[in-house]
Design a protein. Structure first.
Length: 475
């Protein structure tokens, strides 16, 4: 029996590794000339440059577990102190309030004292303490939900850049149930979001105190975000080696899967080199549009639901300067830029101050994030110019950089808009009659590395079960 994994991003690699370790002959087909998808690290002189994501949530264990299983446990690192993040407001940089959880304050003092909001705006937020809970089961946008409870300024100035920036789209389009279901749970349990945030803060502080006073204190925690000492590209390189070491997986680069045709209990895959491959199971770990094209001939309802998941574009522009050639920059990890500021970037990360070993001490390494709208149709030169103008306005850096590196991802970023979970459920239900096909990857159950890795491993488990059932039936 043979399994085909379509797509060699981190999801496909996680899938192929588990299939290979189970001894199942597997073909991993990747249309491009490299593996890892958006995860890539590049050395430019003394600089370590992340071309895609630079970290993952350590609080979701799948990525940390995967890294440790690959022997990278000692390479895991947390961010550098201080962890200050700024928000641009009316051209000024305002520190994000300390003790902020998921857009909710976990401590009263810092939020009351922040200049990010006026007294009138804070008074409007405090109405959340007396507003009734809304028991509607229908999905709605994150922006609408938070605006109703806490007012427009928090949405525009804080929640929008924090949450919307991750997905590269407006918070008024994002699904509450798919993106931040814990907010609905907080309202259901505590009625008030502010009370829920303070309760979370008390729990976190109690847990930290218990950990400090434990007879055998745990190892130093990674914190909320983690990366690898040599960049996230290490995860890809090491995973590829592990996949190859299984001896059961054939990796084929530059090979696109053009079609899937049901044959008996399996499929025949039409490949871009003109050949075909008979397989007993398929994991489709591609973008949503590519997945929809593959399943449309035999599962049009599933294809329609997947095709309805919008995908946008984004770009990351990385620049470096000699520290003595630029004005002093804020000490911290970076700046969130609300759309109301009118700049083409949604955020910038000061990588040289966020992670150890990314740049020499006498230099500054910055990543600027350009969301969908300013990216469309732009050349790399134009994107670099947009980023430089925005950084001049935000950080005061107007001098020529040591280098500029642009990495763009056109139409590959899924948007979890209102109704997303219903679309995914529809697609999965429509594929139930085709148990040999499994959809996996960031279009469905989470866009972060932990979600993609967990999804890939879950897909492998389903295929292994399917293959085992087929073997048992044929015995």
């Amino acid at each position: 029996m043979t399994v085909l994994v379509v797509g060699g991003g981190i999801t496909g690699l996680a899938t192929a590794l588990d299939l290979g370790r189970a001894g199942i002959p597997t073909v991993l087909a990747e249309a491009s000339d490299r593996l890892g998808g958006k995860v890539a690290t590049e050395r430019i002189g003394p600089f370590l440059v992340e071309l895609g994501p630079d970290s993952f949530l350590a609080t979701r264990p799948a990525a940390v577990t995967f890294a440790r299983e690959l022997g990278l446990g000692e390479e895991l690192i947390g961010v550098v102190e201080p962890r200050t993040v700024y928000i641009r407001r009316d051209g000024r940089l305002v520190p994000m309030p300390a003790g902020l959880g998921l857009v909710l304050p976990t401590r009263v003092g810092p939020f009351v004292g922040t200049p990010l909001f006026s007294l009138a705006e804070k008074a409007r937020m405090s109405l959340d303490l007396v507003l009734p809970r809304v028991a509607s089961p229908d999905d709605e946008s994150v922006g609408r939900f938070l605006r109703r409870r806490l007012g427009r300024p928090l949405v525009d100035r804080l929640a929008g850049p924090l949450v919307g920036g991750i997905y590269g789209t407006s918070i008024d389009d994002l699904s509450l149930d798919a993106v931040v279901p814990q907010l609905r749970a907080a309202e259901r349990e505590h009625r008030s979001l502010l009370l829920a945030g303070l309760a979370d803060g008390r729990r976190m502080r109690a847990a930290q105190k218990a950990a400090r006073t434990a007879p055998s204190p745990p190892s130093t925690p990674l914190g909320i975000f983690a990366s690898l000492r040599g960049g996230l590209g290490e995860l890809v390189v090491t995973a590829v080696r592990a996949v190859e070491a299984t001896g059961s997986v054939e990796i084929r680069l530059g090979l696109a899967v053009r079609s899937l045709t049901p044959v008996g209990a399996g499929f025949v895959a039409g490949l871009s080199d003109g050949t075909s491959l008979r397989v007993d199971g398929v994991v489709v770990a591609t973008t949503g549009p590519a997945a929809a094209r593959l399943v449309e001939p035999f599962a049009p309802d599933a294809a329609g639901a997947v095709a309805a998941i919008p995908h946008g574009s984004s770009s990351v522009v990385t620049l470096a300067w000699r520290r003595d050639r630029i004005p002093p920059i804020p000490i911290g990890h970076g700046v969130l830029v609300p759309a109301s500021e009118g700049l083409p970037i949604s955020a910038c990360t000061i990588s040289s101050q966020k992670w150890p070993g990314r740049a020499p001490d006498d230099t500054v390494l910055v990543r600027a994030f350009l969301p969908d709208e300013p990216v469309a149709g732009r050349t790399e030169t134009e994107l670099a110019a947009l980023a430089r103008s925005a950084l001049a306005a935000t950080l005061g850096i107007g001098t020529e950089p040591e280098f500029v590196r642009v990495s763009s991802y056109p139409a590959t970023m899924p948007r979890y808009t209102v109704g997303h979970l219903a679309r995914v459920a529809q697609a999965e239900a429509a594929l139930e009659r085709w148990p040999a096909v499994v959809l996996a990857g960031c279009p469905y159950h989470g866009v972060g590395l932990p979600d993609c890795i967990a999804g890939g491993r879950a897909a492998a488990a389903r295929v292994i079960e399917h293959v085992a059932t087929g073997i048992a039936l044929s015995a």
